[in-house]
Design a protein around this ligand. Structure first.
Ligand code: CA
Length: 258
């Protein structure tokens, strides 16, 4: 079945921070979407997240992506390229030393979705009446939950919540987690920075994504809800809706071939 895509993306500084270290980007033509959440003093975080977004988009736009390579490998390669871009800038400028960024990237190819991520930015899938978490946070708190040391609720308020076990920019070698799945018409993928999950639990996120009439409304509502709940961090959401080619879409719309 041929699919078309709709995308909505938005980033917001939140209510507590003076600068926004998140960045997002997408290219409908190449079916690539991503969110990056930077870290590092003196505005280095936003440099890192921007470099990572640009590196991934350039990777797919440059046409250098090897023909016939499995899409999942392409996503991993794109994330590795993003890491290299951040590392290069760190080596070039002293004030950018120690900067880093998370990354969650979604590639849509031939009716399938491929996700690569490093850090604690997340990908969710809303299908039918259920919201599924597709990624595992590379954070100290998530690791403790996995080991049964603390509960998910305790992790939510843990002072170590922000301590990442993996991030782009930390080392030359980077381990990328990736997965893939077949798409179904009506699927909505959500990529987001942790500023969303700090303020809203999965049920609250699900209520908005599953009930909103379209991805544009859902995107606005997610950002507004995070801010209404305190807006303690920068918040970024990218929503991608999969629909059968020729289906009547809500307005406004941007579409591209899957
Ligand atoms: Ca953040």
């Amino acid at each position: 079945m041929a699919f078309s895509l709709q995308v909505a993306g938005k980033t917001d500084v939140g209510r507590a921070r003076s600068n926004n270290e998140d960045n997002f980007g997408y290219d409908l033509q190449h079916g690539v979407f991503l969110v990056c959440d930077g870290m590092g003093g003196q505005a280095a975080g936003e440099v890192a997240s921007k470099l990572a977004v640009q590196a991934v988009l350039e990777f797919f736009r440059s046409g250098s992506t090897s023909v016939g390579k499995p899409p999942r490998e392409l996503v991993e390669e794109a994330v590795i390229k993003a890491n290299a871009a951040v590392r290069e800038e760190e080596g070039r400028t002293a004030e950018h030393t120690g900067m880093g960024t998370t990354i969650v990237a979604l590639l849509m190819r031939d009716g399938a979705a491929y996700i690569g991520h490093v850090g604690d930015s997340r990908a969710y899938l809303a299908r039918g009446t259920t919201l599924y978490l597709l990624t595992e946070d590379h954070s100290w708190a998530a690791e403790q939950v996995k080991r049964g040391v603390i509960s998910a609720e305790q992790a939510q308020s843990s002072p170590w919540q922000n301590v990442l076990l993996r991030a782009l920019g930390a080392t030359d070698e980077i381990e990328v987690d990736s997965n893939q799945m077949q798409c179904e018409p009506g699927d909505v993928f959500l990529l987001c920075s942790d500023g969303l999950m700090k303020m809203l639990n999965d049920q609250q996120i699900a209520n908005i994504v599953l009930l909103a009439p379209d991805v544009y409304t859902a995107c606005d509502q997610l950002i507004d809800a995070a801010n209404a709940a305190g807006g303690e961090d920068n918040v970024t959401c990218v929503l991608v809706r999969v629909q059968a080619e020729g289906a009547v879409a809500e307005q406004p719309q941007t579409q591209g071939p899957l």
